[in-house]
Ligand binder design. Structure first.
Ligand code: HEC
Length: 218
């Protein structure tokens, strides 16, 4: 056990409780060959609040070491760890700190170009923004509403693959040419991947439409 833990009295907090429960005595040492070592290696058991994880390295074949590890991870063990105070304050936590992965997307496309293209190509059916607020086709979601979807950027980058778009959309070097034997019922959208990236960058600037608070139920 690290010297500081013993100095704070952590050994007296956990070892008697473990002994009471399992009738196994553990003697703390700060150096020499130990059967189990609290430190940076081995099994994660708890964490210094606002600091590094503490691990238990088991260096013995003695199954009692595993019993100790299991106890540290059990509800009573965790309660003993969390209940330990130094200077009146809790020192360790057994809760794993949530790892927050910040996913920041970048939009390399040209927003101004995207703004123009969106109105021309998409504004026939979608309300793009205030410029064609009264336009669009009733049942077609507005760009602001689509922008409010969690996966909106995926939807926009791949809009051409989703109905109803494939029947009238051609993406240069991506989609197959229209079947010349089938009449198009709507004016085609002919677009490049760069232009789609531009539209996506423009949509990133739109304010997502509030989809309302979730319905409350009792
Ligand atoms: C001819 C009409 C029309 C045009 C033009 C059109 N859309 Fe759509 N779009 C629709 C309709 C209708 C839906 C709703 C489909 C549904 O909900 O099943 C839709 C849905 C979408 C969705 C949501 C897709 C999904 O999977 O939920 C996106 C994103 C989208 N359109 C982007 C675009 C973009 C970008 C353009 C212009 C480059 C465009 N659309 C042009 C009619 C159109």
């Amino acid at each position: 056990m690290p010297q500081e833990m013993i100095a704070e009295g952590f050994d007296k907090q956990i070892l008697p409780r473990f002994k009471f429960k399992h009738r196994i005595a553990v003697t703390p040492v700060t150096e020499g060959d130990a059967d189990m070592v609290f430190g940076e290696d081995g099994n994660r058991v708890f964490q210094i609040i606002g600091g590094a994880p503490v691990r238990l390295d088991i260096r013995t074949e003695n199954p009692e070491a595993k019993t100790f590890l299991d106890w540290l991870r059990s509800a009573p063990g965790k309660a003993a760890i969390e209940g330990f105070k130094s200077g009146g304050a809790q020192v360790y936590t057994t809760e794993q700190a949530a790892v927050v992965i910040e996913k920041t997307e970048t939009f390399d496309g040209d927003k101004e170009t995207g703004s123009r293209l969106a109105l021309v190509h998409c504004g026939r059916c979608h309300v793009v923004d205030e410029r064609n607020r009264m336009g669009g086709i009733g049942s077609t979601p507005s760009f602001a509403a689509l922008r409010g979807r969690e996966n909106w950027s995926d939807l926009f980058r791949a809009f051409w693959a989703h109905n109803p778009h494939p029947s009238f959309t051609q993406v240069e070097d991506v989609t197959e040419p229209f079947d010349p034997n089938r009449a198009l019922h709507v004016a085609p959208v002919e677009i490049t991947m760069d232009e789609i990236e531009a539209i996506t960058a423009f949509v990133a600037t739109l304010k997502p439409k509030e989809l309302g608070k979730p319905v409350q139920s009792n």
